[in-house]
Design a protein around this ligand. Structure first.
Ligand code: NAP
Length: 284
């Protein structure tokens, strides 16, 4: 039976560390502040903004919400982001998606200062992942690696199979895992025999969004399985992995919910504090 890698426990630990770091910034006269830009009233985005506000409060990070009407012009949205870029009391900017159809999402992402891009989505931050530079990495791929690290599971020299090459998770995760000296195989929807690859993996990272995609017979005994997938089945949140069967075969596994997804928000707040260090370097 696999060890269950508990994301909630890890999040509690990271929150304790964040609180200390926030206090250190406050002693230096800097009050870490996250700004969230929400356009329209998409229910999931509103719920996430409320959740973020609570988690930020837990670690004494200030929270600033910019809520724009759904029909606001793109120029207005860009001017709001520009003001947040210029505002020295704001240290991170999170643009909640989806945006209304009349908005060019990439244009808005490109307008966020890379050092305030807590989501690690700006092309400069994405580019630094390839070059191995120190930058702000996206929170979900970071969380996949952080949960392993917190449980003392190293991936150096291991064969890691990343299932999914999506822009949010898989594509960045493959480079971050490579930087930790894993040997990487990347699979996607055009991979003819997924099981052939996953059965040879020491570590499987799944980031697809298809419930039950990774079944017990696709996993090598003793492998580590990290499930970043999120789907809803009959109103219940589940991952890509057939958890009940795979947990009998793997040596360690993240549950969904309660695994990777439980850490992503605190990792984003970690990014906020990293961004402050980067912003300080610019002003010195
Ligand atoms: P995405 O952009 O939709 O990418 C999905 C990837 O899965 C694509 O690369 C696709 O291949 C691949 N795929 C589809 N069917 C497949 C199959 N049968 N076998 C192998 N690969 C297959 O997704 P994303 O935005 O990166 O997100 C991935 C998952 O992570 C989603 O479930 C999302 O909800 C979840 N997520 C979780 C968190 C969190 O906090 N835990 C945060 C963000 C996202 P192609 O490239 O060939 O199309």
């Amino acid at each position: 039976m696999a060890k269950i890698l508990d994301g909630k426990e890890v999040a509690i630990k990271i929150k304790e560390e964040l609180k200390i770091e926030v206090e250190q910034w406050q002693q230096r006269g800097i009050n870490p502040c996250l700004a969230v830009v929400l356009m329209g009233d998409d229910a999931a985005s509103v719920a996430y903004a409320n959740f973020l506000q609570k988690v930020a409060a837990d670690v004494n990070v200030k929270f600033h919400l910019e809520q724009l009407p759904k029909d606001a012009e793109e120029d207005y949205l860009l001017s709001v982001v520009d003001k947040l870029n210029q505002n020295k009391k704001v240290h991170g900017i999170l643009l909640l998606l989806p945006l209304p159809e009349h908005i060019d999402k990439q244009q808005v992402i490109d307008s966020i200062l890379p050092a305030k891009d807590v989501d690690g989505v700006h092309p400069i931050n994405r580019g630094y992942i390839l070059s191995g530079g120190d930058c702000i990495y996206p929170a979900t791929p970071l969380s996949c690696l952080e949960i392993l690290q917190r449980y003392g599971i190293g991936i150096e020299g291991k064969h890691a199979v990343v299932v999914g090459r999506g822009e949010t998770v898989g594509k960045s995760l493959m480079y971050l895992a490579l930087a930790q000296n894993a040997t990487i195989t990347v699979c996607h929807s055009k991979t003819p025999d997924l099981a052939y690859h996953t059965k040879r993996a020491d570590v499987i990272f799944s980031a697809v969004g298809k419930p039950g995609l990774i079944t017990g017979d696709m996993v090598k005994p003793g492998a580590v399985v990290v499930d970043a997938g999120i789907s809803q089945v009959d109103g219940k949140i589940c991952g890509d992995v057939d958890f009940e069967n795979v947990k009998e075969i793997a040596s360690a596994i993240t549950p969904v919910p309660g695994g990777v997804g439980s850490i992503t928000t605190v990792m984003m707040l970690k990014n906020l504090l990293k961004g402050i260090t980067m912003q300080q370097a610019f002003v010195q």
